[in-house]
Design a protein around this ligand. Structure first.
Ligand code: ZN
Length: 243
């Protein structure tokens, strides 16, 4: 089985379409939340995902879009995008976001948006936050999003040492069949690691293999639609730079 692992699509349909085309064929999609927020295609992204064999959960922006997180939680530009998304979302898509869990366990894998300790809000950004979170899930592997940075943290079996951080190698399969892992596939729709192309991963659970991937997409299309809806210029501009 080939699994497509995605996160932080942020209502960016051209990025999502590029990932789906580049990743094919796959049998199952695991999405780690933030389907909406920032971008101009919230309804289209939800509809596209629901056509797929999908397991997904809610992120902080999905919660904000349905009023479960206060606007004060966000900075000025994100707040403006949340307010727009609340108005743009069709009732059936709001209901869909309301139905999403915040954490899931699928055999050997725990899925959470931010972290297994605080699934909606916490950012796993460094060794310390990763180390603390290794105690917050029971499976061997935990998949998270939220930071928009592709990264993996590995903890060897039986060692008292702290976990180590592993930077992604693109288009290369890495073995994750021993030890414990916290892995972030990066962001489909708003990468922040300096590369504007969409970030995702492929997982073969039976072989215990993970592969980071990157695909360019026409971000000008997303930007033009954001301008049409008068979304904040800073959010439009950052898509050109991937930060
Ligand atoms: Zn996000």
């Amino acid at each position: 089985m080939r699994y497509l692992v995605i996160s932080d699509i942020h209502a960016n349909l051209p990025a999502l379409e590029a990932v789906l085309a580049d990743a094919a064929p796959f049998e199952q999609v695991w999405c780690l939340g933030d389907i909406v927020g920032y971008g101009p295609y919230p309804n289209e992204c939800i509809a596209r995902l629901r056509d797929l064999p999908l397991t997904t959960l809610a992120g902080n922006h999905d919660w904000a879009a349905i009023g479960r997180l206060d606007l004060d939680y966000f900075n000025r530009e994100a707040r403006a995008a949340v307010a727009w998304t609340r108005l743009a979302l069709m009732p059936e898509n709001k209901a869909y976001l309301e139905s999403l869990p915040t954490m899931l366990v699928e055999s050997d894998y725990t899925l959470a948006h931010g972290s297994p300790g605080q699934p909606i809000e916490e950012y796993i950004v460094d060794l310390l936050s990763a180390e603390q979170n290794f105690y917050q899930f029971k499976t061997r592997v935990c998949l998270v999003g939220h930071t928009h940075w592709p990264v993996a943290f590995f903890r060897a079996n039986g060692l008292e040492r702290m976990c180590v951080q592993i930077a992604p190698q693109w288009n290369e399969r890495i073995k994750i069949d021993t030890g414990r892992w916290i892995i972030n596939p990066g962001s489909v729709g708003q990468p922040r690691d300096g590369d504007p192309s969409a970030s995702y991963a492929l997982l073969d659970p039976a072989a215990g293999e993970w592969e980071y991937r990157r695909v360019a997409y026409p971000f000008e299309e997303t930007q033009a639609r954001m301008r049409h809806f008068r979304l904040p210029e800073g959010l439009i501009e950052r898509l050109s730079h991937g930060h």
